[in-house]
Design a protein around this ligand. Structure first.
Ligand code: HEM
Length: 155
């Protein structure tokens, strides 16, 4: 496969990851703030149905990233790889929490336990969005879209 095509797939997978996780995060937060049980149920159901999209995009992101990295010794690539491992690990936790919250919501168990688990899920979501953001910035340095600052070239 041409490098250009792999970069395209990498960018599409990045966009899907940002859009899905960003939407899951915002809708969960808005639903919690509004506090309407029906809306919470709809949001949790929507997230569950959209999970496969994310489950499809994340491995593509990792695989295309690895292909683009090749045998690169760049510290930026090494940092991206480390972050990707955290993103994947947090992702597994996020998926488990999303399924748990879905079942609690549809069974009308929207109580204090639901709220605590929801807060934990939002925290993990924020961590993953930050890590993805840092990987985007690092990726844009690798592709030359943004200049590498030699004093901070690990970011
Ligand atoms: C959360 C995971 C990741 C995100 C969000 C991400 C995002 C990006 C973005 C936005 C670009 C810039 C593409 C462009 O503008 O042309 C990029 C480039 C790149 N990424 Fe990633 N990436 C991720 C994971 C990885 C991993 C795990 C690796 C491999 C270690 C990797 C290796 C690269 C390389 C080598 C480039 C430069 C491609 C080129 O030659 O233009 N990425 N990445």
């Amino acid at each position: 496969m041409k490098r250009k095509t792999i970069v395209k797939a990498h960018i599409i997978a990045t966009s899907i990851a940002v859009l899905t996780i960003g939407c899951f995060f915002s809708f969960s937060l808005i639903a919690e703030i509004i506090g309407n049980q029906e809306f919470i149920k709809q949001v949790k159901t929507g997230i569950l149905y959209c999970l496969p999209v994310l489950l499809f995009a994340m491995p593509i992101l990792g695989i295309t990233g690895k292909k683009l990295a090749g045998k690169s010794q760049s510290p930026i690539v090494a940092t991206k790889m480390k972050r990707m491992k955290f993103v994947a690990f947090n992702g597994i936790i996020l998926i488990s929490l999303a399924i748990y919250l879905y079942f609690r919501a549809i069974n009308n168990n929207i109580d204090s336990t639901f709220l605590y688990v929801q807060i934990i899920e939002l925290l993990f979501g924020a961590i993953n969005l930050t890590l993805i953001g840092l990987n985007i910035k690092a990726g844009m340095k690798l592709s030359g879209r943004i200049k590498i600052n030699t004093a901070h070239n690990m970011v």
